[in-house]
Design a protein around this ligand. Sequence first.
Ligand code: PRX
Length: 663
Amino acid sequence: MTDGDGQLEARLTEQEVFEPPEAFTAGANVSDPDIYEKFEEEWPACWESAADLLEWESTYDQVLDDSNPPFYEWFTDGKLNASANCLDRHLDERGDEVAIEWIGEPVEEANRSFTYAELHREVNEFAAALRELGVGEDDIVTMYMPMIPELPIAMLACARIGAPHSVVFAGFSAEALATRMNAADSEYLITCDGYYRRGDPLDHLDKANEGLAGVEHDTSTVVVDRLSDNGDDFGHELTDDQYDYADLVEDHAGAEVDPVTRDAEDMLFLMYTSGTTGQPKGVKHTTGGYLSWATWTAHAVLDVKPEDTYFCAADIGWITGHSYIVYGPLTLGTTTMMYEGTPDYPDRDRLWSIIDEYDATQLYTAPTAIRAFMKWGSSFPENHDLSSLRLLGTVGEPINPRAWKWYYTHIGNEECPIVDTWWQTETGGMMVTTLPAIKDMKPGAAGPPLPGVDVQIVDALGEEVEAGQAGYLTVQKPWPGMLRTLYRNDERYIQEYWAEYSDTESDDPEDWVYFPEDGAKIDEDGYITVLGRVDDVINVSGHRLGTMEIESAIVGVEGVAEAAVVGGDHDLKGEAVYAYVITEDGYDGDEGLRERIIAGVEEAIGPIARPEQVVFTPDLPKTRSGKIMRRLLENIADGDELGNTSTLRNPEIVEDIQRQVQG
Ligand code: PRX
C-alpha cells in the first residue's frame, strides 16, 4: 500500500466487493463468463480472437512458435501494416467520424479534430515526406514530442513505411534523448518548438537541440511549429539538417503511400524504459503480436466501441499512451481524445470540463492523478455532468482502496465499473485486471489474470504461495503482446526477465517463466494485489525510474562523494525519490549543493526524477561487508520502525539520518 494508513485500510476493506454495475453489463463487448475456461482449454489458439480484430494482408501459419524460448514468435508469417489497421480499414465506413479529438492546454485555443479520412491524408503526406528525407524500412525514428496531434501522426507515418519509432517522453532531459538516440543509432528526430504548461509556453526545441549535440552520428530533424499560431515564439532558426513539418506536409500534399507489408514479427516500435542499471532498456514490440494485444485488451477491458469518445489521460511518451491512446483505440475505429496539458489548468476541474463537453465514455488514468483529484475535493467534478462515462480505469501503480472508492463514487456515480489494470512497458498491454462485465471488483486488488494469461504468485524457489501470502508475480506462459527482446541485447533480455525462475539451458517452454520484478499476493478468489517493485526501480506517479540512473546523476555533481537513492511513500505520487548523499572532503551539505544536486538530476533525467528530499550524511548505513542497507533507508524515508540495527557496521549513523529526514 502506498498511503500511510494503508495496512489498516486494507484490513478494514478486506471483504468489500463491488458487482459490475448493471447499467454497464448489458452492452459490454465481452460478457460471457465461460471465456476464462475456454481460453485455458484452447490456449494458445484462443489468441486467434485477438488476431481476428486486425486486418491481415495475408494470414499467419501458426499462432505461436515456441520452439526457441524465450524468443517466442506469434502469428508467424502473417503480414499486415499497423497504420493500415489504424486508418485505411476504417475509411469506407467511418471516414468522416472523428479519429483524434485534440484539446490544447490554452482554453481559448480551438480544439483540433481529425476524422479518419483527414488523419489518413496527413499520415500519408508525412510518410511520403519521411521517405524523401531518406527514412527507409527498419530505420529507427525518434520522436521527442509532447501531446500534440503530430505525435500520433508521426508514429503512424513511420508504421506506414515500416520504420520503427522510438518515442522519448517530452519531459525527459536532453541527455536522456541523446542516450536513447545513440543506443538505437537513430538518425532521425521528430520534435517541436514548444508546448504549453500551466499557461506558459515551454521551449522544447532548445532541449532537443541540446540533446542532438550529444548524438554521435549525423541526424535529420523535423520540427513541428506548435506555438506560433498562438503568437508565441522562441526565435529558433532551423539549421540545414532541420525541416519544418508543415512545409514537408505541404510539399507532399495529396501524396499516397502504400502501407508497407510487414511481417507479424517485424518491429513496430522500441520504447526505452528504466531498469536496475544506469543504461535504459530498449523494449522491442512487434507489429502482429503487440497490435493484436493492445487492440484485444482495449476491446475486452476498456470496452472500446467505434461510437465511443474514449479518453485516456496518459502521455503518449509512455507505453500507456502508445497502447491505449494510439494503437488499440484507432485499430478499433473509435474517437480517441488527447489533452495537451495538466488536469489543474486553468482550474482543477479541467478533466471534468473536457469529459462534460465531449461526452467522454471512458476515462483511463493513474492512481496518482486520482489521489490529487481526491485531495482537491469533490466539488470540482460535481460542477460537471459526467453521466456520459461508462467505464473507469487505472494503471501504473497500486491504487489504495480509499482513492478507488472516491473514483467510483465521485467520478463514476457508482454506475461505472473500474478496471485496475496491471501491466508493464514490456507486456505491451494489460495482463491482470477484471473483465468489467464479468468479474466483481475488489478495491485495491487489480483482479485475476485476463483469460489466457497464466500468472502465478511464487516464492523465492518458484513454488506457488498460499492465498494471502506475499510472493513474486510471474507469468508462466508467453502472450502475443510480450516484448521480443531488448534491442540488440538478447543476453540482457534473458537476464532481466527470465533467468530468475527459468532453466535457461532448456528449450522446453514449460521451463521458461517471465519475471516482471513485482511483488504481489493472491486471495482465495484468485485476485491479485500488486505490492510494488522488488528491484531497484522506483515508481513515481506511475513512471519507472531506476535508482542507479539517479545515483549516477548525483555522483556526477561536484562535491558529491557517494549517493544512495531509494523510494519513500508519498501521498500523491505513490513513491518519491529520497537521496542520501555523502559530500566530498572540503564541501558542505548546504543549500547550494542541494540545489546543484536537484539540477543535476533534472538535467540527466528530467524533472520527474527530482528528489523529494536530499539528506546529507557523513556515512550511509552499511552491512559489515560494506553493502548499503537500502531497505533501512526506505524505512527511514517512510518513518517506519527500524528494528534491530546492531548488525550494521555503523549503527550510530541511523539516528543521525532519521533526525535529518524528520527535521
Ligand atoms: O510495478 C508495476 C507498476 O508499474 C510497473 C510498470 O511500469 P511501466 O513499464 O512504466 O508501465 C506503466 C504502465 C503500464 C509494473 O511493473 N504497475 C503498473 N500497473 C499497476 C502497477 N502496480 C500496481 N497496480 C497496477 N495496476
